[in-house]
Write a protein that binds this ligand. Structure first.
Ligand code: GUN
Length: 302
């Protein structure tokens, strides 16, 4: 490493998420005043996946800290699809619930899409129902998946207008890659979606002014894949063995040590996109609550 090598600016998702949660809390307080009830988020967890349990606990805590009501439903791993659908129907009908999130993945006996399809689109704070995904594809306002929306917020905070920039999204999942590409397209980026079958991936990525890595492969994006000065958003969260025996640590889909010598700006893991996901979930919940109570917030309020 020499002095002539530039170091990327670190995009502080933790700080941005704190600010977003503070804005949600302000809106949650005024909502409670006006509606005579708290905005409410229901989270459904089926089974005992340890990572999912950590997320769900964290979601509950942050929901309450923002002044909203949290309803947690923990069901055994052997829950039937019928019972889960019945719970979703109850939550759809419950006027205290503004947002419903069914934690994924679900156990094998359950058809995930069938469950997501049953969520009332007005309560779809995860943005995964066909109505929400359709509205996003059409460029209509609606509820957008949390991780891509959080990533877009970080990009716009860093770059201002994204218009005309070349963006490469690596990964085509329903939860991140596809909605991310739609969002970037609606910001007038020239968007490429790359995936496991893409030929000459390093070459494709090297064209990008904006790289969003969401593949779930540890440290896959290397320094020589990245155009100097590009903005790199690392959505990956991979747990790997740490140097110390028996310990683990988190790494992203981007080789941070190398890429941070080339990029203009980069999100760290942890502390980049991760904290944004729950903050945007809370944001989506307060947006849905206002709409469901007949007092919709103007577009761009939060
Ligand atoms: N599992 C991992 N991330 C998510 C998410 O954003 N939403 C849901 N429902 N499940 C997840």
């Amino acid at each position: 490493m020499t002095d002539t090598v530039s170091r990327a600016a670190v995009i502080d998702g933790k700080a941005f998420a704190e600010g977003l949660r503070a804005r949600v809390a302000t809106l949650a307080a005024s909502f409670e005043q006006a509606a005579g009830r708290k905005a409410g988020l229901a989270v459904v967890l089926v089974g005992d996946d340890p990572a999912s349990q950590v997320y769900v606990r964290s979601k509950g805590k942050q929901t309450v800290a923002c002044g909203m009501a949290s309803f947690e439903h923990r069901l055994p791993a052997e829950t039937s699809q019928q019972d889960l659908l019945a719970l979703v129907e109850r939550l759809n009908a419950d006027p205290a619930v503004d947002g419903i999130l069914v934690q994924l993945p679900l156990p094998d006996q359950i058809d995930e899409q069938a469950v997501v399809d049953r969520i009332d689109p007005n309560k779809d704070v995860d943005g995964l129902t066909p109505v929400s995904t359709g509205r996003l594809a059409l460029g209509l306002p609606g509820l957008v998946p949390c991780t891509p929306l959080g990533s877009l917020m970080l990009l716009k905070d860093r770059l201002g207008s994204l218009s005309g920039l070349d963006a490469v999204v690596i990964g085509r999942s329903i939860l991140v890659g596809k909605p991310m590409a739609q969002l970037l397209l609606s910001e007038n980026c020239t968007v490429t979606i790359a995936h496991s079958r893409t030929r000459n991936l390093p070459e494709v990525v090297r064209r990008a002014d904006i790289v969003v890595a969401a593949v779930g492969r540890q440290e896959m994006v290397k320094a020589d894949w990245v155009k100097p000065g590009a903005t790199v958003i690392d959505v990956g969260i991979n747990r790997i063995p740490a140097a110390e025996e028996g310990k683990t640590r988190l790494v992203g889909d981007v080789d941070y040590a190398g890429v941070s010598q080339v990029a203009g700006a980069i999100t760290p893991v942890p502390g980049g996109v991760g904290p944004m996901t729950i903050a945007v979930l809370l944001r989506n919940t307060i947006v849905a609550a206002h709409r469901n109570a007949g007092m919709p917030l103007a577009e761009g309020t939060i």
